[in-house]
Design a protein around this ligand. Structure first.
Ligand SMILES: [Fe+2]
Ligand SMILES: [Fe+2]
Length: 244
């Protein structure tokens, strides 16, 4: 096949794919539309999307964490900067690893309760303490700890208003985390999180190849295709418009 023929074949395949009907999951539109309203699938003889969505870059057959960073996550500088900051402050690799992925739910999945979602995503692949720390950074972020110089983020006043009060489950989980042996690991995510926005700084993912290699058990089948309890979540990030 010549290059032109190859390009034409690829384009043809793409247009065939785009002929498929895409119905978004309820969670993607709930709020913008009332989920109780019936969803009508256009009955135009077309097939539905049942795998890779050609509007997205194609993932390798056995995707790694780095592939998700590069091909599915939104801007990741915040996490990379936070991980580098942790590293520079002399934090251990567990903290660096936790910082590196602490907001992956925001970057690639679901924003609300992002600490819990991110913890669940990585839990089968990282040290228990890393997942724990990520889960509880969600709650601890709202509570100061002067012993490590962590104050309530000014940004939260701006974002949520001065009179914002956390829900009881956040208060409960922060209280629980405060009593836990791994408290400081989680707290250090918050400490390195706060100052991790610098638009002039560019941190490359490659900087963390070794940290990931040592601290993230990449499944040989690829993330999403192993039988872990969170594999389906990675598949959903890979194929977000899959009909069933
Ligand atoms: Fe976060
Ligand atoms: Fe963050």
């Amino acid at each position: 096949m010549t290059t032109l023929e190859k390009a034409e074949a690829a384009e043809h395949a793409l247009s065939q794919e785009l002929d498929r009907i895409v119905l978004k999951s309820v969670i993607y539109t709930s709020g913008e539309r009332d989920p109780r309203q019936p969803v009508v699938r256009p009955d135009n003889g077309k097939l539905v999307m049942m795998g890779h969505d050609p509007r997205l870059p194609k993932m390798p057959e056995r995707p790694t964490l780095m592939d998700f960073f590069r091909l599915r996550f939104g801007p990741t500088q915040h996490m990379l900067q936070s991980a580098r900051l942790a590293q520079k402050s002399g934090a251990g690799e567990k903290v660096v690893m936790a910082c590196l992925v602490h907001d992956i739910a925001i970057a690639g999945f679901i924003r609300g309760d992002h600490g819990y979602w991110a913890a669940q995503l990585v839990e089968p692949y990282v040290d228990e303490e890393v997942a724990w720390a990520i889960r509880y950074h969600q709650a601890l972020r709202f509570f100061p700890d002067e012993s490590v110089g962590y104050a309530y983020p000014q940004m939260y006043v701006k974002l949520f208003g001065a009179d914002y009060k956390v829900e009881p489950y956040i208060e409960r989980d922060a209280e629980y985390a405060r009593q836990h042996t791994w408290y400081m690991t989680s707290r250090l995510i918050c400490v390195n999180d706060l100052y991790a926005f610098d638009p002039t700084l560019r941190v490359e993912l490659d900087e963390f190849t070794d940290v990931i290699g040592r601290n993230f058990k990449q499944p040989t089948e690829g993330l999403g295709f192993d039988a872990s309890p969170s594999a389906h979540m990675w598949r959903t990030i890979n194929w977000p418009t899959k009909y069933l």
